[in-house]
Design a protein around this ligand. Sequence first.
Ligand SMILES: Cc1cc2nc3c(=O)[nH]c(=O)nc-3n(C[C@H](O)[C@H](O)[C@H](O)COP(=O)(O)OP(=O)(O)OC[C@H]3O[C@@H](n4cnc5c(N)ncnc54)[C@H](O)[C@@H]3O)c2cc1C
Ligand code: FES
Length: 252
Amino acid sequence: MEDAIGTVIEKREVVKGFFLLKFHLITPFSEVIPGQFVMVKVPSKEVFLRRPFSIYEYENGILGILFKVVGKGTKLLSAVEEGEVLSILGPLGRGFSLDSKGRPVIVAGGIGIAGVHLLAKKLGEGVSLFFGCANIAEKALVSDMVHLRPSISTLDGSFGFSGNVVEMLKNYIEEQTSYDLKIYACGPEGMIRAIKDLLIHDRTPCEVLIEERMACGMGLCYGCVKKTYDVREPFKRVCKEGPVFDLWQISL
Ligand SMILES: Cc1cc2nc3c(=O)[nH]c(=O)nc-3n(C[C@H](O)[C@H](O)[C@H](O)COP(=O)(O)OP(=O)(O)OC[C@H]3O[C@@H](n4cnc5c(N)ncnc54)[C@H](O)[C@@H]3O)c2cc1C
Ligand code: FES
């Protein structure tokens, strides 16, 4: 884990309210596992705590994060200019396991795509990608993944499957003849709960990236704990033992 200095080399509003920021890191990260995250210092005295963001992309010292503006910190980050220098702590947390058996299926809801983007790139063409978003405009969030032929759902029915991403996943699972799937998911808590309900009958292997409010991001403050079914140590820190958890170990 490095406390790196990153120079903003690109800022792009991919869709209204969703920004891609690319940094050149002066000290490159040694290794990045999909699902890991960084803590970014917002360049303002108004926001004290760093904000966590998934590593959306990383290559040769160039780090990308994709974020949705939801509050003060993300609003300020969306206003940074190319050439600005920010402090970035990372890579942090436990990422997805890449060596598991099973046909990989990625499920992302809205900005949850940021948490699985690197994983999708790593898994490549053998992966089935399900992306749920609000409307046709937001399908731009997967425009660099068309080669994976993502299945897209929109809540307003303006593109692809009309409804939510878990309903679309349900149809896909019902069509499968064998149950050798391995699901990777990132999205709002409601989506994760619905996936759990869908998969509970077969307890299909599934890893989920959980988002929780964070203070230190390094396992020191215990401000991000989640209850799990581990009887010996039920409370796990999302920033340290997560943010990726086995769906069947976490209490939702
Ligand atoms: C491991 C991890 C990875 C993340 N990756 C991304 C990412 O790649 N892209 C992205 O857009 N966001 C990501 N998030 C969420 C992101 O950290 C928050 O949206 C951000 O911190 C909000 O800061 P703010 O100051 O703009 O909002 P605040 O003013 O602090 O809050 C605005 C609203 O957002 C909610 N919120 C704030 N923080 C979180 C959080 N951590 N989880 C859920 N809801 C929150 C608050 O409850 C409130 O309703 C991630 C969070 C975690 C823990
Ligand atoms: S944010 Fe401090 S322990 Fe997780």
